[in-house]
Design a protein around this ligand. Sequence first.
Ligand SMILES: [Zn+2]
Length: 167
Amino acid sequence: METILQGYGIRKETLMELQKGSFTYSLEGVNSIKSRDFFLGGHALFTVSNPQGSYYTYKIQRPEGRSPRYFVNLLTGPDNESSYTYLGILDPGSFDFRLTRASRLGIDTAPVKVLRWALTIFRNGNRPPAGYAVQHQGKCCRCGRTLTTPESIDRGIGPDCYERGLS
Ligand SMILES: [Zn+2]
């Protein structure tokens, strides 16, 4: 283990902290979403977390065809493929989220507030404050396939989808 870690240039003091088990990890930089384009990929799956470790996972999908609306869902159950609750729609132009008649949660509920907070950050070209994280799940934001290359993971979009761009 020591050889492998040192091979990656990790300092000896850090290695000792790891071995002592006192190393504190940081979410910042791990699968962090870099731009608002991610949310408009059509298959955006991401988690927003705060310094206390609370988090919500959202899915923003564009239906087939040229729909101007993106549907936002919240993970609310044990099955991370199917346990989603409908929240509302995202306007891709203004980047505004709003509830619709079918929305299952109110505007003042924590999941909706957290979502709007996160979207506002990216709409304004900012990054989350220290301790907060907005992370993708290692899936391409456009096609939903698992990302494998370091570059793709960093971008949150696979190479083919990146070449095609958002359309
Ligand atoms: Zn893709």
